[in-house]
Design a protein around this ligand. Structure first.
Ligand code: SF4
Ligand code: SF4
Length: 345
C-alpha cells in the first residue's frame, strides 16, 4: 500500500564497542535506503530517563514500531512499557542464542497469569535483541518481513502525542545519517562541539528493576522486601518501580524473591535475571544460578545476603530474614531448589 511505513528504532549499545557500533551502523545504513521504512537511532534504552528526548521520540511513533536493542526481547518490551511505549506483541523470528528452543531440553510449561499492561494501543511493537546475529543482513531481512506483514499508515512524526518536546529534540532522531556521522566522529575522538550537539544527550548507566506485568500478580512481595524505597503503587494500586535510581547498583536481590520471576534486571550477567525467556520450568538456564549462588545457597539466602550488604553499606543495620520474607515464599523457594538439586542437568 502506497505510503505504508514501519518505524525502526535502533537503541545503541553502551560504551564504544566498535563491533556493536558497526552493526548498528550497517543496519541503519541499509534501512535508510529501504522503501517503506523509517529508521532512527536512540541511546541505550535502559539508560534513558523517562524525559530523555530519545524516549520522547519513541513515544511519538504512532504506528507499528520495531525496536532493536542490546537486551533480551523481554527486557526491551517491558522497559518500553515502563515508559508508556506500548502495543500488542509483534512476533519476531530472530532470537538470541539463549532464547532459541532446543529439542533436547524440556519445554517451558509454566503458565503466567500476570495482571498485564494497561492502556495498550492497537498497534504492534516488535522487539529484537541485537545479539541475535552478527550479520546486518539478518536484521534487515527480518525487518523487511515485518514491514511486509504490516501495512501501516504512519502520520507525521512531528504530530506529538505526549509530552512537549522541542522540535530540535526530535529532529536529531529524524536524521539518522547526521546522527551516524556524528557518532562516528565522537567514537573516533575527533568530534567537535558542533558534532556533539548532533548527538543524543548523554545517558549515565543505570541499574533498576523492570517489571514484566505479563507475569506479575501484584502480590507485593517486592515492595515488602525492598528497604530502599524503589517500589510504589500507582493510582490503580498496581506495583510499579517508582524511584528507580534508589536501587543498589549490581544487586538483583528482589528478583530472587519474586514468586513469578517477573522482575528483570536487564544488565545482570545471568540470562534469566536479565530477561531471557524460558527460565523457570523450561530448565534451559541453570536455575540454581538464577535463584541461588554457585556455592549452593538458596535464592532467599542470596537475596538476604545481598540486601544486608547494601543496608550495611548505607550505614544501616542488617535485618536478615526478619523483614519482608514471607514464610510461604521461603518454603516454596527452598522446595524449588531442593527439586532442582534432584534433577540432573
Ligand atoms: S514480587 Fe513479583 S509478582 Fe509480586 S508484585 Fe513484585 S513483581 Fe509482581
Ligand atoms: S535490588 Fe535491592 S534495592 Fe533494588 S529494588 Fe530490589 S531489593 Fe530494592
Amino acid at each position: 500500500m502506497a505510503g505504508s511505513k514501519v518505524t525502526v528504532v535502533i537503541s545503541q549499545a553502551q560504551g564504544r564497542n566498535p563491533i556493536k557500533r558497526q552493526l548498528e551502523e550497517d543496519i541503519a545504513t541499509a534501512l535508510i535506503a529501504e522503501p517503506g521504512i523509517d529508521v532512527s537511532l536512540v541511546p541505550h534504552l535502559y539508560d534513558m530517563s523517562q524525559d530523555h528526548s530519545g524516549m520522547l521520540f519513541l513515544r511519538s511513533v504512532p504506528g507499528n514500531v520495531v525496536v532493536l536493542g542490546w537486551l533480551y526481547e523481554r527486557a526491551i518490551r517491558w522497559t518500553l512499557d515502563r515508559a508508556n511505549i506500548r502495543g500488542k506483541d509483534g512476533m519476531t523470528l530472530l532470537k538470541s542464542a539463549d532464547e532459541e528452543s532446543d529439542d533436547d531440553e524440556e519445554e517451558d510449561t509454566r503458565q503466567y497469569n500476570g495482571i498485564g499492561s494497561v492502556n495498550v494501543p492497537n498497534r504492534r511493537v516488535y522487539c529484537i535483541d541485537m545479539r541475535a546475529s552478527e550479520s546486518a543482513d539478518a536484521f534487515v531481512r527480518e525487518i523487511r518481513r515485518i514491514s511486509e506483514e504490516n501495512s501501516v499508515q504512519t502520520v507525521d512524526l512531528m504530530s506529538w502525542i505526549g509530552g512537549s518536546p522541542q522540535p530540535e529534540q526530535l529532529q536529531r532522531y529524524l536524521q539518522p545519517e547526521r546522527l551516524l556521522e556524528a557518532r562516528r566522529a565522537f567514537d573516533s575522538g575527533s568530534a567537535t562541539h558542533v558534532d556533539k550537539a548532533t548527538l543524543p544527550e548523554d545517558t549515565g548507566r543505570r541499574w533498576y528493576p523492570v517489571i514484566d506485568y505479563s507475569r506479575c500478580t501484584n502480590c507485593m512481595e517486592c515492595i515488602d522486601f525492598c528497604l530502599f524505597g524503589v517500589y510504589g503503587v500507582d493510582a490503580l494500586d498496581r506495583i510499579l518501580v517508582e524511584q528507580q535510581d534508589n536501587c543498589k547498583k549490581g544487586c538483583p536481590a528482589c528478583s530472587r524473591v519474586c514468586p513469578e520471576n517477573a522482575i528483570i534486571f536487564p544488565q545482570h550477567k545471568q540470562p534469566a535475571i536479565a530477561g531471557a525467556e524460558g527460565e523457570v520450568s523450561g530448565l534451559k538456564i541453570d536455575l540454581t544460578k538464577l535463584f541461588g549462588g554457585d556455592s549452593g545457597e538458596s535464592a532467599v539466602e542470596m537475596a538476604i545476603k545481598e540486601r544486608d550488604r547494601e543496608l550495611i553499606l548505607d550505614g544501616r543495620e542488617a535485618v536478615g530474614m526478619s523483614v519482608g520474607i514471607k514464610q510461604k515464599v521461603r518454603e516454596e523457594m527452598d522446595q524449588l531448589i531442593a527439586d532442582l538439586d534432584a534433577l540432573e542437568f
